[in-house]
Design a protein around this ligand. Structure first.
Ligand code: NAD
Length: 328
């Protein structure tokens, strides 16, 4: 089982790779061949991390290799976790990258190349999870540049889903595992929409249990949508441990059958479901059969309030797509 991870010397990967090496993440007894990818300037840092991974003596791991280019890394890959990207605020050629449009274009270049390489060289049943932001549109760029449309491309919205579950469990004083069908729709950005109207807690409707639309609208939604910014403010760095947990949970969710009556969260290419326009990567409620097939769950009832929120996040994704039109 070959697993490629880009941005392997970064802060998310420092937690993510050890999580992936625990038993039971992949639905296969095959041992892992880890292919860790970084930019040339970060290879020394990556070598230091590899020594730590070796010292962890994981029984799940077969080999650990490092690469400073994507083309060699992705040959025969089963999974590609695309974590590496250029963060907002970085200074490139003397210019600070502040605007979303600049960030989209710079990262677009990275995902164009990665999409091409994965399409040409990865295994036919390869699965790709884009974590690097702006994740949905990076996934669209990668997918559009891949010559293999059988590959499953996803962008990560699992972290938003976990945040939404954690806050709901506090409100309703229940365990996160008692929460079913909590879906994140749209973009992994402050416009994303966590839907509680179709969520069940111990068999009861979460919205009815809360019975307070003003709380959902004015407190719950902004708290989930702004959680990333809240963490950056407090920690001085973006969420890493929780993002790693979410990336590992996404792999596990795809690799194993979804528990009965539940969904998991990831953004995939829209087929027009729930009125989200085709041709953009949007968060949807998904189920997996544990054999590599995932599908959108289509029986969610959306109120006018939910539909208005979906329209906002879909419009943002369409705007992002317009900004990278020449890359897709
Ligand atoms: N989707 C989500 O829910 C979510 C959550 C948190 C963070 N993120 C995003 O994940 C990304 C990584 O976050 P981090 O905290 O690990 O950042 P980081 O800066 O610590 O690490 C990123 C690493 O990527 C490497 N890199 C850059 N370009 C690369 C390329 N072309 N090929 C291979 N490696 C490359 C960098 O050298 C760096 O080591 C960021 O874009 C962040 O915004 C997404």
């Amino acid at each position: 089982m070959k697993v490629v991870i880009t941005g392997a010397a970064g802060q998310i990967s420092y937690s993510l790779i050890p999580f992936l090496c625990e038993k039971g993440i992949f639905n296969s007894e095959e041992k892992l061949d880890l292919a860790l990818v970084e930019i040339p300037g970060a290879m020394e840092r990556l070598d230091g991390f590899v020594k730590e991974l070796e010292d962890s003596a994981y029984s799940t791991v077969n080999t650990i290799s490092t690469y400073d280019n994507i083309q060699d890394a992705v040959v025969d890959a089963d999974w590609c976790l695309l974590v590496g990207s250029i963060p907002r605020g970085i200074v490139l050629n003397g210019k600070e990258i502040k605007e979303r449009s600049d960030l989209l274009k710079i990262n677009g270049g990275i995902f164009t190349e990665q999409g091409k390489a994965i399409g040409e060289k990865a295994k036919d049943n390869c699965k790709v999870l884009v974590v690097g932001n702006p994740a949905n549109t990076n996934a669209l760029i990668g997918y559009s540049n891949s010559s293999n449309k059988d590959h499953l491309w996803m962008a990560m919205t699992m972290l938003d889903g976990l945040r939404a579950k954690a806050q709901l469990s506090q409100k309703l004083n229940c365990h996160v595992d008692d929460i079913y069908r909590l879906a994140i729709f749209g973009n992994h950005s402050p416009t994303m929409f966590p839907d509680l109207e179709n969520t069940n807690v111990n068999g009861k409707n979460a919205y009815e249990l809360i019975n307070d639309h003003a709380w959902v609208k004015n407190e719950y939604l902004p708290r989930i949508q702004q959680r990333g910014a809240e963490i950056i403010k407090a920690r001085g760095a973006s969420s890493a441990s929780s993002a790693a947990r979410a990336a590992c949970d996404t792999v596990k969710a795809v690799e194993h059958p979804t528990r009965s009556g539940d969904v998991f969260n990831a953004a995939i290419l829209s087929d027009g479901s729930y009125g989200i326009p085709e041709g953009i990567f949007s968060g949807f409620p998904l189920i997996s059969d544990g054999s590599g097939n995932i599908e959108i769950v289509r029986d969610f009832n959306l109120s006018d309030f939910a539909k208005s929120k979906l329209e906002i996040t879909a419009n943002e994704l369409l705007e992002e797509r317009d900004l990278v039109q020449e890359l897709i």
